[in-house]
Design a protein around this ligand. Structure first.
Ligand SMILES: Nc1ncnc2c1ncn2[C@@H]1O[C@H](COP(=O)(O)OP(=O)(O)O)[C@@H](O)[C@H]1O
Ligand SMILES: [Mg+2]
Length: 344
């Protein structure tokens, strides 16, 4: 009994806030993930905040996890995309803990945003999904499958930029490079593809399915695949067939069709490539301005401070074109009438 108390005390002590991790001064713990703790730290040499992800050596299957953690860092270092969080360093501490230092994203996760606004305005949904799709083009081009796309692994910075996090269970698309622990299903069931639920290999199309669920949640205000427990969720992922009529009124037809295609149960019936999925999605965005980061930043700031929500951005070019066409039309009719009168 006493021994177990001692053990608990020791492990609490071990997990208490360290003063420093590597050369970084610990500020506060911002998360406790599957693999370990996530700390917000200060880098005194460059006067900036960084995130340090630490991994507990006490975890079951530590060696496999070390491999995955190593892999996450190497993958991240190879990816150059403005929406991907960049790693700074990876090292092993004297305690045996692995630590990964990376860019600090000052913003909110999609999860936090959706908890505040279950059904964000259409333009917000379109912007967020399109940004992730563009990021996925880069990730998939590097032959990497993320495998754990979900709202808590995506963030929006205060300046409106979207960032993709947590490549912890990502894997090389080449066979034989699987970092999955034997017999375990990794990831979160509520956003998993049917093939992942069945324990099959995840492909690029699996990432598109997960993104389809996220888009669906944003449009419907809830994730229709989420059951009361993991088993029920898995059953929904495998069997629930959504139809166009399930979407709320006012959901554009092109968006419904895009989501339904991403959510095809059989991977080969989804989009043929991430580029195709992105191009198709871009068609739904016609009429929106190209740059939506600033409106996004303003919208998010309003949502989290309970200020009045700003109006949806409109494409000034298409608005000018519409006004031009209408004015031109009216002038044309007037001129025609005048000429007819003159001839008569
Ligand atoms: N670079 C980062 N900047 C800011 N917050 C982060 C960063 N990385 C992770 N977080 C926060 O920590 C949470 C968990 O991080 P994540 O990388 O998803 O690890 P895991 O899911 O394996 O625990 C995220 O949902 C986010 O809230
Ligand atoms: Mg995560």
């Amino acid at each position: 009994m006493d021994e177990s108390k001692d053990e608990t005390r020791n492990s609490q002590k071990k997990r208490a806030k360290p003063e420093k991790i590597g050369g970084y001064i610990t500020s506060r713990k911002i998360g406790q993930g599957a693999m370990g703790d996530i700390w917000l730290c200060e880098d005194p040499s460059l006067c900036r905040m960084v995130i340090v992800k630490q991994m507990q050596p006490s975890l079951r299957g530590y060696e496999d996890l070390v491999q995955r953690f190593n892999r996450e860092s190497v993958l991240l270092a190879a990816l150059h995309h403005p929406n991907i969080v960049h790693p700074f360093a990876l090292w092993q501490e004297r305690t045996g803990k692995l630590a990964l230092a990376m860019e600090y994203v000052d913003g909110k996760t999609f999860r936090e945003i959706l908890d505040m606004q279950k059904q964000p305005p259409l333009w917000v949904t379109l912007y967020l999904i399109h940004e992730i799709l563009q990021t996925l083009i880069c990730v998939h081009r590097h032959q990497i499958v993320h495998r754990d796309l979900k709202p808590s692994n995506m963030m929006v910075e205060k300046n409106g930029r979207v960032r993709l996090l947590d490549f912890g269970i990502a894997r090389d698309a080449n066979p034989g490079q699987d970092m999955t622990l034997p017999g375990s299903v990794l990831g979160t069931a509520a956003y998993m593809s049917p093939e992942q639920v069945m324990g099959h290999t995840a492909t690029y199309a699996s990432d598109l399915f997960s993104l389809g669920i996220i888009a669906c949640e944003m449009v419907m205000g809830k994730n229709p695949f989420r059951g009361e427990n993991m088993e029920m969720t898995s059953q929904c992922i495998l069997n629930l067939k959504l139809r166009s009529s399930h979407f709320p009124q006012g959901t554009p037809r092109k968006l419904r069709n895009w989501i339904l295609k991403a959510l095809e149960k059989r991977p080969e019936r989804r989009f043929t490539s991430t580029k195709e999925a992105t191009d198709e999605f871009a068609k739904i965005m016609e009429g929106l301005p190209r740059q939506l980061d600033i409106p996004m930043a303003k919208w998010m700031s309003a949502v989290f401070s309970s200020e009045p929500i700003p109006q949806a951005p409109v494409n000034s070019k298409s608005r000018a074109l519409k006004i031009g066409l209408i004015t031109g039309g009216i002038l044309g009719i007037a001129l025609g009438a005048f000429i007819m009168k003159f001839i008569a």
